[in-house]
Design a protein. Structure first.
Length: 484
């Protein structure tokens, strides 16, 4: 490839090139190359140039012998353009600085308004979103200004005294004949039948005693007690009293935290209380609920028909809470949670056996296996309402002066050791009054018995159907001790 000479100047070969379409190699000139028509024979710009030859270097042929001059309009505007660009750059810098200053001022005001410092609860992320930070809430108060425990204080002091109870019952096994059950036997083992709650009441002779509700354990054959630390122990039944709905279990373990019991006679309506138990089973073991004492001495009927005067509370008490402790705000047990009115029409009506009743019953169960000193008639009965002719009998009793005798008791059996065994009392006789008071409900008898002692004598008014007529007469009855 030949070297090109530009005028009389010797120029070095330019390595930047692009092959022409006609495959004739021509040099590519830089944009600063001077124009020279003698090399091309016309006014066109060679196609090989990387950029067109700038107009200011073009000199028409007729002016070869004249100096190269341009009109005012054709003079370069390079300096003017540089000035404009400089002004624009300065303006842009000013705008950027102004925007940055505005943002900084806004952030400063925002921190001042919100009081942000090293302890702030919010921080701004890069994308502008605010994120919450976790701060220490401080220690939860265990006592109030009067020195009483808070709910947290009651729970902290007594949680280890509260336990969960699992009840197992015997499972019947069947002899199968072509996949059909036939007969049953008692070798089917034991299956989980329910759960309840309890509270550690005392320790003696290598045993720890657990107070609970009688109906929790009355139908079980095997029991386990689960402590607050999840340790589990087999338990044995010490005693059950269905009249007060109090039962006692024992475990072979000592050194546990025994609860403190308060005097339930000192309870006042409106005072605070805390219930601890296992609503819904051990999965929710030792759940804590809080409320107030809504009423005292509310008569609640037991499973055998006796009324027990209970504490009414509005603290949530659900299935599984039965047998658990009700605490006052001094951390003392004032009741054993026993029942709840479960209905869509009622809410916040729970009941607990007063601690005085519960402690006396439990202590007697431990010492005697039954509640000592309790009086009874020594017979079993059915309510008059169980019979088809109840309405006709009540109407006739009303005529004879026993108005609204809805609590009339129909005698079914008489105990061998009852004072009534050798009396004129017969099966199907009706007790319509006690000590002259009409049996408007069974509470008339149960209340009298709860206030009496074995050996006391009472008068029963008996109604008997004889020759389609009702005749009445009185019988004296000496009460005997109940060992059930």
């Amino acid at each position: 490839m030949d070297d090109f000479n530009y005028g009389n100047n010797n120029q070095p070969q330019n390595d930047d090139y692009t092959p022409a379409e006609n495959n004739t190699a021509e040099p590519m000139r830089s944009q600063s190359a001077p124009s020279n028509r003698g090399y091309y024979g016309d006014n066109s710009v060679p196609p090989m140039y990387s950029q067109p030859v700038q107009e200011q270097y073009y000199i028409p042929p007729q002016q070869y012998n004249q100096p190269a001059t341009l009109s005012a309009e054709e003079k370069p505007k390079k300096n003017k353009n540089k000035t404009i660009v400089g002004i624009l750059v300065v303006l842009a810098i000013c705008i950027v600085v102004a925007i940055a200053g505005t943002i900084a001022a806004y952030l400063g005001n925002s921190d001042a308004d919100t009081g942000n410092d090293s302890n702030t609860s919010q921080s701004q992320s890069k994308d502008g979103d605010y994120k919450a930070n976790v701060e220490s809430s401080g220690e939860t108060a265990k006592k109030d200004a009067d020195g009483n425990l808070t709910a947290a204080g009651v729970a902290q002091n007594n949680m280890d005294s509260c336990v969960g109870i699992t009840v197992y019952a015997a499972q019947s096994a069947y002899d199968y004949f072509y996949s059909y059950g036939y007969g049953s036997n008692s070798n089917g083992g034991e299956v989980k039948a329910g759960t309840g709650s309890g509270v550690i009441m005392s320790e003696s002779k290598g045993k720890t005693y657990i107070m609970t509700a009688a109906h929790v354990i009355s139908d079980g054959t095997k029991f386990t007690v689960t402590l607050n630390n999840d340790e589990e122990y087999d338990a044995e039944v010490v005693g059950i009293d269905s009249q007060t709905d109090i039962g006692v279990l024992s475990i072979q373990k000592t050194g546990l935290k025994v609860a403190k019991f308060g005097n339930s006679d000192d309870i006042e309506v409106g005072e605070g209380c805390v219930a601890i138990g296992c609503p819904g089973g051990l999965e929710f073991k030792n759940s804590v609920t809080q409320g107030i004492v809504s009423a005292v001495d509310r008569p609640v009927e037991s499973s055998i028909g006796y009324d027990t005067k209970c504490i009414q509370v509005d603290a949530a008490i659900n299935p599984g809470n039965s047998g658990g402790a009700l605490f006052n705000m001094q951390g003392q047990v004032i009741g054993i949670n026993s029942s709840k009115i479960a209905s869509t029409e009622y809410e916040g009506m729970g009941f607990a056996v007063p601690s005085n009743t519960a402690v006396n019953t439990a202590n007697s169960l431990i010492e005697h296996g039954y509640v000592a000193g309790r009086a009874k008639l020594g017979l079993s009965y059915l309510p008059l309402s169980s019979f088809n002719n109840a309405s006709a009998i009540l109407a006739e009793l009303d005529k004879q002066g026993y108005k609204d005798a809805q609590g009339t008791m129909v005698v079914q059996e008489i105990d061998e050791n009852s004072n009534l065994k050798n009396s004129d009392l017969q099966k199907y006789d009706m007790i319509v009054a006690v000590n002259g008071k009409t049996m408007t409900s069974t509470d008339v008898v149960t209340s009298l018995l709860s206030e009496s002692k074995p050996g006391d004598t009472i008068t029963l008014t008996i109604a008997r159907v004889d020759d389609d007529r009702i005749k009445t007469f009185d019988i004296k009855c000496k009460l005997i001790e109940s060992k059930e």
